[in-house]
Design a protein around this ligand. Sequence first.
Ligand code: HEC
Length: 255
Amino acid sequence: MLKAAAILFCGTLGGVILNAAEVPSFYREILPILAQRCQSCHRPGDVGPMPLVTYTEVRPWAAAIREAVRLRKMPPWFADPAHGKFSNDPRLPDAEVALIDQWVSAGAPEGKRPKQVPGPPPKDSWQLSPDMVISMPRPFVIPAKAVIEYQHVVLPLTFTYDRWVRGVEIRPSDRTVVHHAVLYVRPPSSKWLRDPNGPKTTTDDILAVYVPGSGAQVFPEGMAKKIPRAPTSSSSCTTPASLAPTPRTRPRSAS
Ligand code: HEC
């Protein structure tokens, strides 16, 4: 029984086994949990309201962190358990909640600072090594105070042959203000957003979705999605993207 518990700990914490009397250390047990489960949003320039990267940043939030993970408020996850288990469920396993709980109960100590402390993942890096980068034609400026409707942006593509896409990553230039984005493939036959009286909604295929904290989407081995080529060289294939911005207190641009 004891052995099984130790093996579980090895699995979740990369080899760290705690004695009952030992207090979890910020750098050894807590920071790896934050890095894996929280910093994709709680890092400078990202959607989380405060960075959770250094001890100084984390310490004032210790009690709130315990509360948020105990109640499973953080990481945010709204899937209804009535529909089964999800492989990308980001919530903390009980063992990690217990470690945070013990750490906070012990006064959230810093412990011994190692020589090298890992920083957050760099803010502006691609997770994929893209073969092609498509940018919005112009930035969308978000007013400080306003109700903003869905924004539809058409990204013109001029493929002369059908392309099969294995992975897609949507990267808002300012992640603090983009609520989510949906990237559709509009085939040449679709009338969506082609003229002002055309259809306002679509059943065109969705290529990828961005929500805060989501990473690149890579399709399973052997699978890809098709972006059809433009039918003639004079017209171009277009990929509309829908953007739902979150207004903040100061104007920002999102693209
Ligand atoms: C997908 C992005 C995302 C991830 C991952 C995430 N957070 Fe958050 N977190 C947010 C956002 C956005 C808010 C602000 C929520 C609001 O204003 O309603 C927030 C708020 C908080 C707060 C403030 C108090 C509260 O409960 O509202 C705490 C504490 C917190 N997060 C801790 C964590 C911890 C600890 C983790 C990892 C275990 C984590 N978060 C993971 C996005 C995230």
